[in-house]
Design a protein around this ligand. Structure first.
Ligand code: GAP
Length: 453
């Protein structure tokens, strides 16, 4: 099924990302480099919040998962054994007229004849495999013996460290090893902003189990992962589970789901949940000659565990979070006239800034001092932002636009000038409802912590 696309909405999102410092083109001052992106001050906070929440849910809140952090470069033998060196490729076609190099599945077909989607030419090369791994050399000599690759997935370092992690963690099956880290793919056509990049981050769990548990755990992890997305503010009805067909699935997998999201440019994959059987550990055991077996103390059996892998993209999830959060509504301006308000409705848990603090007037020393006191009070607990410039309404709008869920304003009531019972209270404004409540400064950190947990 195809979903309607919304190019205009996507354009607005890309422009907001640059204007407010979420995402910039990499090497922009030199004309950029296709498929590579830098995260600015707000983007990096959003990304960190996402990764921290994933780590919390997948590692800290569970007894059966431990983490690791592997190197990006590994012995070339890893990529030979895993099959990446021979088969990690996309079929590619060159257009002899406009010189575009495109994925074979991007060709348009008219009356059974393939045409270049760029210039319409029919003068195309046969399709041939193009390996997606970035090749590099380790050490001073650049020859066959020093070749390796930037890792195209984080999973392989988990497989090759399986035995070490098993020994030190003393876990029993089923148990998992989690990792968040960079991966690199020389994508033929990077596109849709950060969606298909050449450098990106993955959040992967390899959950090892007995063969007979594989299919049940595939279902279990699919459900867990759907819940995760709901818990960061991506509603269930924008997510779709695609059962990957026998033809599309890796030959060693006996079941794979893609979790897809309705991006403005169409329904696309966010995460794959795959039952990879015992393929990877078996391959590495065979190629390295080292045992990667598990010994079951109760049954005295020795066997290679199977694995279920939920593999999510950090950058794709960040993009989905921004797309989902982006909204325009109406709000009154300083004079009460309705104007368009741009809001990023991030779940408070992942919002880059949790609370902005405003003194009502910047030229009133006591208001400024109190606001700065509040900033110091909140800073150890969350990322906060102090803003004293411009009318208060404009300050609210600036925070709405970057998704700050709460705003605390220090006014004359805070100083107890009109009503002593309101001394040391502030107004706390909610980004979405725009409603304000009066709260005591001493309760502020606890109130906010509960709402951003
Ligand atoms: N270890 C399994 C694996 O790597 P994958 O489906 O190729 O499986 C997993 O990748 C996830 O990594 C994808 O669902 C996606 O979120 C992310 N990903 C893959 N290629 C990407 C790219 N070029 N740009 C951004 N994210 C990508």
């Amino acid at each position: 099924m195809t979903t309607p696309t919304d190019a205009q909405r996507m354009e607005k999102i890309v422009s907001l990302c640059k204007r407010r410092g979420f995402i910039f083109q990499s090497s922009e001052i030199y004309g950029g480099l296709n498929g590579l992106w830098d995260y600015g001050p707000l983007g990096v906070e959003l990304k960190r919040n996402l990764k921290n929440y994933w780590w919390r849910v997948m590692v800290h809140e569970r007894d059966d998962v431990v983490g690791m952090d592997g190197s990006i470069l590994m012995n070339r033998a890893v990529w030979k054994a895993s099959g990446h060196e021979d088969t990690f490729s996309d079929p590619m076609v060159d257009c002899r007229v406009c010189k575009a190099r495109l994925r074979a599945d991007q060709m348009i077909e008219k009356k059974g004849v393939r045409q270049c989607p760029n210039c319409g030419s029919k003068d195309l090369t046969e399709s041939r495999p193009f390996n997606l791994m970035f090749k590099t050399y380790v050490g001073a000599t650049e020859d066959e013996s020093s070749i390796t690759y930037l890792r195209p997935e984080t999973a392989q370092s988990i497989f090759v460290q399986f035995k070490n992690v098993l020994e030190v963690s003393r876990k029993k099956l089923p148990f998992g090893i989690a990792q968040i880290g960079k991966a690199f793919r020389n994508e033929i056509n990077p596109r849709n902003f950060t969606f298909r990049s050449r450098e990106f981050e993955q959040m992967e769990l390899e959950y090892f189990c007995r063969a007979e548990e594989g299919m049940r755990l595939l279902e279990y992890w699919k459900e867990q992962r759907l819940k995760f997305y709901e818990n960061i503010g991506i509603p269930r009805d924008t997510l779709h589970v695609k059962t990957v067909s026998d033809e599309e699935r890796a030959f060693y997998s006996t079941g794979t789901y893609d979790i897809e999201y309705d991006f403005p440019f169409g329904r696309q994959e966010l995460e794959g949940v795959a039952y990879r059987t015992d393929y990877d550990l078996s391959q590495h055991q065979k190629a390295s000659g080292k045992s990667l077996e598990y010994f079951d103390e109760e049954t005295k059996q020795r066997f290679i565990p199977h694995v279920v892998e939920p593999s999510a993209g950090v950058d794709r999830t960040v993009l989905a979070l921004i797309c989902e959060a982006y909204s325009e509504d109406e709000a009154p301006d300083e004079k009460g006239k309705m104007e368009t308000r741009l809001v990023l409705r991030f779940h408070p848990r992942i919002a880059p800034i949790k609370c902005a603090v405003f003194p009502l007037l910047k030229n009133k020393e006591q208001l400024v001092a109190k606001a700065k006191e509040i900033i110091d009070l909140l800073r150890p607990h969350m990322n906060v932002f102090y803003d004293e410039s411009g009318a208060i309404g404009r300050r609210y709008r600036r925070q709405d636009e970057i998704g700050t869920p709460f705003g605390a304003t220090v006014d004359f009531e805070t100083l107890g000038e009109k009503d002593a019972s309101l001394r040391d209270t502030v107004t706390l404004r909610d980004r979405d409802s725009m409603k304000q409540e009066r709260v005591a400064i001493q309760d502020l950190a606890a109130i906010l912590r509960a709402r951003i947990a």
